[in-house]
Design a protein around this ligand. Sequence first.
Ligand code: PMP
Length: 330
Amino acid sequence: IRWKQGEGWHDPAVVPYGPLTLDPASMVLHYGQEIFEGLKAYQQPDGSVASFRPEANAARFRSSAVRLGMAPLPDDLFLASLSELIDVDRAWMPPAGGEESMYLRPFMIATEVGLGVRPASEYLYALIASPAGAYFPGGVRPVDVWLCTDYTRAAIGGTGAAKCGGNYAASLLPQAQAAEHGCAQVAYLDAAERKWVEEMGGMNLFYVFGSGDGPVEVVTPELSGSILPGITRDSLLVLAKELGCQVTERKISAQEWLEGAADGRISEVFACGTAAVITPVGRVKHNDGEVTVADGEPGPVTTRLRNLLTAIQRGGAPDTHSWMRTLVPA
Ligand code: PMP
């Protein structure tokens, strides 16, 4: 679907996958005026195909557009594009009940030709899809995380709360450094004080305080304005409360993470996002050392939340919050 100042949204089409033709002076190539989303479609046991809270992705796509100076795509066009593409790609849908899904990547780029630095007056909204295998083919394993103190991903007033390509550009070098330290993921701190935990490169973070028979508190960094408001994060806050946990959104410092993991006050750390759903965090490494949370095994709260959320998404548990949306009927 294309958008042009004065014309609005026009020319919707489903076309075979292939290269895009772009003018070399297309504004997206120079100033990064681009936004995207990531969500999954799951084959349901009744033969329909459904997605998890796609309205939330549509809403986040709108707010990302506004932050990037673009016209927001109406939710009905966003949601219809998901249904239309899944309908065409039905034969590629992985079967129900397994760990596989269809990953959907909506994105919007500035296609106006021009080198002046200002919001473009023409863009292209597009959606691509790909079958996605199990994130953990050999069973869920904790990931090691690099606590990054050299770089930040987003500052207050910047684009951190939007899902735009530029945020990920900032995270590429830290990601490579994490890999050099044997870590699969980067955890970022706030830009102002380099003290407070924000999120990982593509996931939000949670901490479980207390364990055993005592009360368990699930803590996640509050939305600071530079954290992406994850849809998985939002859903887990609801589910954790239902599982009887006390749920708190507040600032948590890197020091509290490292000390809490070392002295046992923090019994589990996990990260969450559309791709991995929930990933237990094992070791956290940083410039001055490393700490392993508990024994490095996925903890009970992490496991229960993961099992509950994946069951809802795959039609194996009651959808009590009406989170699942049918994209294509049986
Ligand atoms: N933070 C960042 C930076 C991300 O890219 C993502 C993935 N969209 C998340 C958090 C998790 O968001 P969600 O649960 O909506 O996938």
